[in-house]
Design a protein. Structure first.
Lengths: 485, 467
């Protein structure tokens, strides 16, 4: 029984590592992710828009299958995990062979290998020692670092270059797994949230994408935020000046802009949006007393009470950025600073302990509501400083380092895979069919074989000509037999 | 007159007529353009340079095609010369744009096309000089011409960069993308050349051409409206932008009767495929003869559809099904349909070329093995570039949006492109896929690249809104 389980597992493992499985999985990934780009996706698209785009039945079906949020559906994650497993299985199954090839290079080729190799040549020689040392010199010059291989009945030469390129493909696969690992870690432990702050406001709570609140072990405070425009009015730059506070102590302060986040303890704060809250920060007014003697500039916030003189105070009861009057009531039409109105309450203490007198002042005067003429002071609006909010995207991605490491590794791996050629050359003295002493030279490259063909020919020519120079007094002229291409 | 008479007497001299004609045409167009320039007093501005590039690329394309038809070697020399001239003008246009905008030309689809066409021309010349694939321009120049024509439509003013685009990583990302895409385009052209050299049946090409045309016109016909109209996105000529009914909902205008014409052309491009199937079933060569004639008819109809489309979409105001009143549209509002129609004509012409002048084409090509090897080498360059492009994009997104991967359509399609080429490499290494199957793969890869580049931008919504 355990035997059959064992063999089933083994079979499953083999299937997982087969190239066919890999290809089928990849085709599935391609088809499904393509579908995910065509079908509107859930968190990114408004629910209203989804309902406009699909009929209720279709939408229910799509939602049920998970096609409206393909990239976070459990079966898509499962598919990606299967791809990872397939890569692992394929690599593990092929690795031992490759490792054997890598760790025990084939140094002294036997007869059958020598007669089958594509790039080979035979040069007649007089003695082995001279020929081998010539070949050694030529290999050395070509950068192959030749070594002499001594066996009981023969000795020969072996040289190679860039042997590590045989292993590069495993590095690429490993880097892909690193990237996946980072993605999985982020899917499990990472989060994304949003927080809006106005100037001076601080928060240690951020709103997650699903609407829940997430507490941070520290607080973030906005010291200021702003927008700069190009001369044509399009935004050029948004910035926020942020401080990180822990136990009330300011630890880090940084001005962030769109492409430059603040990072603290693995939590990143990105500039995401910027806009008016519709509330004011400060209203700047000039207050002039009835007799014209006392003139005072004040900057007042909503709800704030400021003294004008020892007996008189003013409070900003309400500020409406874009007002309209209907049925004797004041309404706010929008949040943008279009048509502002301010409601001030001026209170005067009466000298003899009688109840103080409060006067409603409206800027501009709104008939039916204003009592401007009975106010001891007249007011003139100078400036409205609106409160702006800065929207911060907050994210925590603990897996991203694995992703970046994977990316770097993949870049390196691919460079080696494509541009470093493992080249091997051999030189073996041997007797041909007629018993003449020959030097067999062979070579092979694991890619770019056409370039290596030419290179190999040059190598052989060089050995040949150097041998010629040495044996110019020799009786017989060397005859070359170039075999193969 | 004398020249023409002599050409008639001496058949050998006909070889130069096309060179002379193209030369005269190019000179004429340049002269007309020059007159305009003299009037405006501004010689080296971007649109003039781009216009010159278009003229030269068209000249080169015509000569490459002409070579295909006549087999005269001197055409290729002149074509290559015209490509050089086009490249020069293109470089000038890029430099001008760069200087004017103060940032490299990567911020909009117009600017990216500018860089893409430039890279494609450079690679064409490299393939010609270094690898000896002399007629590669027959495939790449039409792509470049479609690119420049699209640029004329999509021309945008220099906009200042919005905050998200102000990053060095943007430039790294887009440079890598353009290099990778141009390398993919080259591998596609090489794969086509391989198929020609590899004695692939003209009949198979016939079927593929017909399928391509059917896919194009089926895409166009998704806009078919009642009463035979064709709906196009409405265009506001003042703001130079598409019109919207609501956020994300485009306003369509209906051009009457254009839909019927498209339907007719669809039938015409589909006919050869059915005749091909008939030939496969019966083995009767008469089917293929009729099919070849049908291709000829379909080309005429396609050109007619293109002309009608150009005439009607450029001017006039049309009604809409969703809103009252008349609205105008523009070619710039339907770049997809336009490039589809132009592409269809080119592909059909390419088939005729293959049918008539196969021997001459083959003579100018390196051996099939060599072509296969160069295709592989181009992809070996494109693939790492694609990888780095995606990585740089992810890094940039991480700095800007706080997430290195958000499955936005452009990202997803970039990943799909990457997977397709990864598939090619794996099949080649582990299964020893060489030759024809590898060539099909390279063609598929380029189709996906083109969809990622254009299709995603115009069809699918997402973060890459500006490109």
């Amino acid at each position: 029984m355990p035997n059959s389980i064992h063999s089933t597992a083994r079979k499953a493992w083999q299937t997982l590592g087969a190239i066919k499985t890999g290809v089928i999985l990849l085709i599935l990934v391609v088809v499904i992710s393509a579908a995910g780009t065509v079908i509107l996706q859930r968190p990114a698209t408004d629910p209203d828009e989804m309902q406009r785009a699909y009929s209720p039945q279709v939408l229910r079906l799509l939602d049920g299958v998970g096609l409206t949020d393909v990239f976070h559906a459990w079966w898509f994650v499962l598919l990606l995990s299967l791809v990872s497993l397939s890569i692992i299985a394929a690599s593990v199954q092929r690795f031992p062979n490759a490792w054997r090839f890598f760790s025990r290079p084939y140094k002294s080729p036997d007869d059958s290998f020598r007669s089958a190799l594509a790039n080979r040549a035979l040069i007649p020689i007089k003695d082995e020692e001279t020929a081998l040392s010539v070949a050694e010199r030529v290999f050395e010059k070509a950068g192959f670092r030749p070594e002499r291989i001594v066996r009981e009945n023969s000795f020969s030469l072996f040289g190679e270059r860039n042997r590590f390129s045989e292993m590069a493909v495993y590095i690429v696969h490993a880097s892909l797994l690193l990237i996946f690992l980072g993605g999985i870690v982020d899917a499990l432990y990472g989060w994304r949230a949003f927080v809006t702050l106005t100037r001076g406001q601080q928060s240690s709570q951020v709103e997650m994408q699903n609407g829940s609140q997430h507490g941070l072990p520290f607080a973030i405070r906005c010291e200021g935020a702003g927008q700069e425009n190009y001369s044509d009015g399009t935004p050029k730059r948004w910035w926020s000046d942020l401080t990180v506070l822990e136990n009330g102590q300011a630890l880090v302060r940084k001005q962030i802009v769109v492409n430059d986040p603040l990072v603290y303890r693995g939590v990143r704060f990105y500039q995401a949006s910027y806009g008016q809250t519709g509330k004011i920060d400060k209203l700047v007014l000039t207050a002039t007393s009835r007799d014209g003697k006392a003139v005072k500039d004040i900057a007042i916030s909503p709800g704030e009470t400021l003294p004008l003189d020892p007996d008189t105070t003013v409070r900003l009861a309400e500020f409406i950025p874009d007002y309209a009057v209907r049925d004797g009531q004041v309404y706010a039409r929008s949040n943008s600073l279009e048509n502002p109105a301010a409601h001030l309450v001026v209170e005067t203490k009466s000298a003899s302990g009688k109840p103080s007198q409060a006067v409603n002042v409206w800027l501009p005067p709104i008939p039916g509501l204003e009592q401007n003429t009975s106010s001891p002071y007249t007011f003139e609006g100078k400036d409205v400083q609106m409160a702006y909010f800065t929207g911060l995207e907050v994210s925590h991605e603990p897996g991203q380092w694995s992703v970046w490491a994977g990316v770097l590794l993949m870049g390196l791996g691919l460079a080696v895979v494509f541009y470093f050629v493992h080249v091997r050359v051999w030189a073996v003295p041997a007797r041909d069919a007629r018993g003449r002493l020959m030097l067999w030279i062979g070579g092979t490259a694991n890619k770019n074989k056409d370039v290596f063909d030419q290179r190999f020919r040059k190598l052989v020519e060089q050995i040949e000509s150097e041998l010629k120079v040495l044996s110019k007094t020799g009786a017989e002229a060397p005859v070359t037999a170039l075999a193969g291409k | 007159m004398g020249r023409v008479a002599r050409a008639e007497q001496q058949p050998a001299a006909t070889g130069n007529t096309l060179v002379v004609m193209v030369g005269l045409g190019v000179t004429f167009l340049l002269f007309m353009a020059f007159l305009n320039v003299v009037k405006s007093g501004n010689l080296l501005n971007e649109s003039n340079l781009l216009y010159a590039a278009l003229i030269f690329y068209s000249g080169a394309g015509t000569l490459y095609l002409g070579f295909g038809i006549t087999g005269t070697p001197s055409y290729v020399r002149f074509a290559s010369l015209a490509t050089w001239a086009g490249l020069l003008a293109n470089t000038g246009a890029i430099a001008h744009r760069w200087y004017e905008a103060g940032h490299p030309p990567f911020a909009s689809i117009y600017e990216m096309l500018l860089s893409f066409v430039w890279t494609l021309a450079v690679l064409t010349l490299i393939a010609e000089k270094k690898f000896g694939v002399k007629v590669i321009g027959t495939v790449t120049m039409p792509v470049a011409i479609v690119g420049v024509v699209l640029m004329q439509l999509l021309r945008t003013e220099v906009h200042p960069l919005v905050p998200a685009l102000q990053s060095t990583w943007l430039h790294v990302h887009v440079t890598l993308a353009m290099l990778a895409y141009a390398a993919c385009a080259l591998s596609f052209a090489l794969a086509m050349m391989f198929l020609i050299k590899d004695n692939m049946n003209t009949e198979t090409f016939l079927a593929a051409t017909s399928l391509f045309g059917m896919a194009t016109y089926a895409g166009v016909l998704t806009r078919f409206e009642r009463w035979g109209g064709l709906s196009l996105v409405a265009w506001n000529p003042e703001t130079k932008s598409e019109m919207f009914l609501a956020k994300g909902v485009r306003l369509f205008v209906v051009i009457p009767d254009l839909g019927w014409l498209m339907l007719l052309v669809f039938a015409a491009v589909a006919a050869p495929l059915f005749l091909y199937l008939g030939w496969r079933k019966t083995g009767d060569a008469a089917f293929i003869n009729v099919a070849n004639r049908a291709v000829f008819v379909s080309i005429l109809l396609q050109v007619m559809a293109l002309v009608f489309f150009l005439l009607r979409a450029r001017d006039g105001r049309y009604g809409s099904l969703d809103a009252d009143g008349l609205f105008s549209t523009s070619l710039a509002a339907s770049p997809f349909i336009l490039s589809g129609l132009v592409g269809g004509v080119f592909v059909s012409l390419m088939y005729l070329l293959l049918l008539w002048r196969r021997q001459d084409l083959e003579r100018m090509l390196p051996s099939a093995e060599e072509l296969d090897r160069i295709t592989y080498k181009t992809i070996a360059i494109a693939f790492p570039l694609l990888t780095l492009m995606i990585a740089a994009g992810a890094y940039w997104a991480n700095r800007t949006w706080g997430s290195y991967w958000s499955w936005d359509p452009k990202e997803t399609w970039a990943a799909i492109t990457w997977l397709v080429y990864a598939g090619y490499l794996h099949m080649r290494v582990t299964r020893g896929w060489r030759g024809r199957r590898a060539a099909y793969f390279a063609i598929l890869g380029f189709a996906v690249v083109m969809f990622t580049f254009f299709g995603v931008t115009y069809l699918l919504p997402g973060l890459h809104a500006y490109a």
